[in-house]
Design a protein around this ligand. Structure first.
Ligand code: PRP
Length: 182
């Protein structure tokens, strides 16, 4: 799906070319940092898979990949941030250099939970890489080691991010029109 001429789009935030260029830069940083390492990228289903794939293709070092899925929901008092693993990794990460790959970090609950969980499995190192950082929504402090873009506090679609499970396959990042959000 290549055309940005879609009625629900307010404007394109980053073009395909801008995103590819920035991913290439971040991939170069990662390739340099882990050139003597034993790197595994871990993506959180579903949105992050698109970013992981784009990032991995730009790396110049060998890399393994694995995937997990989470469920997040509010607790009884309505507070967000209750996260549990719905599908775990296929393999151990003991002794490996792990990068948790996220498409977006908002409140930080998901990434904080997963970083703590994965740290407890004996990796040699663990880092967080996120395509997008919507830091205006952050609730828990979090260090993002590799980040492509900071974005405004708007609903965005494309590059793995969805609205009602659609539009993940847009190869640009766009702001959804407020009146398209039902
Ligand atoms: C997104 C994203 C992160 C999480 C970030 O996933 O991939 O996992 O939200 O939010 P947080 O910082 O507030 O915890 P989402 O729940 O939209 O699932 P999806 O990737 O399947 O669309």
């Amino acid at each position: 799906m290549r055309t940005p001429a879609l009625p629900m789009i307010e404007r394109v935030l980053f073009s395909e070319e801008q995103i590819q260029e920035r991913i290439r830069e971040v991939a170069a940083q990662i390739s340099e940092r882990y050139k003597d390492g034993n790197l595994k990228l871990i993506a959180v289903l579903k949105g992050s898979v698109f970013f992981l794939t784009a990032l991995a293709r730009e790396l110049t070092i060998p890399v393994k990949v694995d995937f997990l899925a989470i469920s997040s929901f509010s607790n009884h008092s309505g507070s967000p941030g209750v996260v549990r693993i719905a599908k775990d990794l296929d393999d151990s990460i003991e002794g490996e250099d792990v990068i948790l790959v996220e498409d977006i970090v908002d409140t930080g609950f998901t990434a904080r939970y997963l970083m703590q969980n994965l740290s407890g499995r004996g990796p040699n190192s663990i880092a967080l890489c996120s395509m997008l950082d919507r830091s205006s929504r952050r609730i828990v402090p979090l260090q993002i080691d590799f980040r492509c873009f900071e974005i405004p506090d708007r609903f965005v679609i494309g590059c793995g991010l969805d609205y009602k499970q659609l539009y993940r396959n847009l190869n640009f990042l766009a702001i959804l029109k407020p009146d398209s959000q039902g």
